[in-house]
Design a protein around this ligand. Structure first.
Ligand SMILES: CC(C)(COP(=O)(O)OP(=O)(O)OC[C@H]1O[C@@H](n2cnc3c(N)ncnc32)[C@H](O)[C@@H]1OP(=O)(O)O)[C@@H](O)C(=O)NCCC(=O)NCCS
Length: 165
């Protein structure tokens, strides 16, 4: 799999996957165009043989303590092979590089696959927004990640040679 930063030229391919992945609550093309152009955002795309098979977006304004995972999607045929996690980890690394402290996201309460992915990276539920997703009338689960703890968990344990025994 090949990750690269998305550009405005990726808009059409991203929108095709957005509409296929979020049937009743896809973003508009105008919203996505703004996101791709914003200096406060970073979008990454995953390609296979030159075709877009996944994308994910982070919002992390310079100097802000909080960052947000805006979206993440993998093409149906490519799911379940680790691509979603790699996309998510790329965004968390970027949030860390931008010196954010906490990362927030919202996930539909009827999306256990995504919720499990987020929980496995250390996100915890911090609230619910009743009936947030319309017209489906589905609650949003608000999740938060402590980025320093996430980064520390990824750092290999220091070599304990020389430690007192
Ligand atoms: C959510 C999504 C991005 C995950 O991408 P993916 O490439 O399939 O996920 P991965 O293969 O990297 O799996 C990562 C973790 O997700 C969870 N997961 C993935 N597929 C799962 C399944 N079928 N059932 C339960 N959990 C699953 C597991 O925790 C998995 O970790 P593990 O393999 O160590 O058990 C993808 O399913 C998707 O695009 N869904 C539609 C769009 C969407 O719902 N986006 C999230 C919006 S909040």
């Amino acid at each position: 799999m090949t990750l690269r930063t998305a550009t405005p030229d990726d808009l059409e391919a991203i929108m095709a996957l957005e509409r296929a992945s979020f049937v009743n609550d896809a973003w508009s093309e105008a919203m996505m165009r703004e996101e791709l152009a914003s200096r406060h955002s970073r979008y990454v795309i995953d390609e296979e043989a030159g075709r877009l098979v996944g994308y994910a977006g982070l919002r992390a304004p310079a100097g802000a303590k909080d960052a947000d995972i805006q979206t993440i999607a993998v093409a149906e045929a490519a799911r379940g092979r680790g691509r979603g996690r790699v996309l998510l980890e790329a965004l968390l690394s970027e949030a860390s590089a931008r010196r954010a402290s906490d990362v927030f996201l919202e996930v539909r309460a009827d999306n256990p696959v995504a919720e499990k992915l987020y929980a496995s990276e250390g996100f915890v539920e911090v609230g619910r927004r009743p009936r947030y997703y319309q017209p489906d009338d589905v609650d949003a689960i608000v999740m938060k990640l402590d980025l320093a703890a996430w980064a520390a968990a990824r750092t290999p344990a220091p070599d304990d040679a020389g430690a007192c025994t």
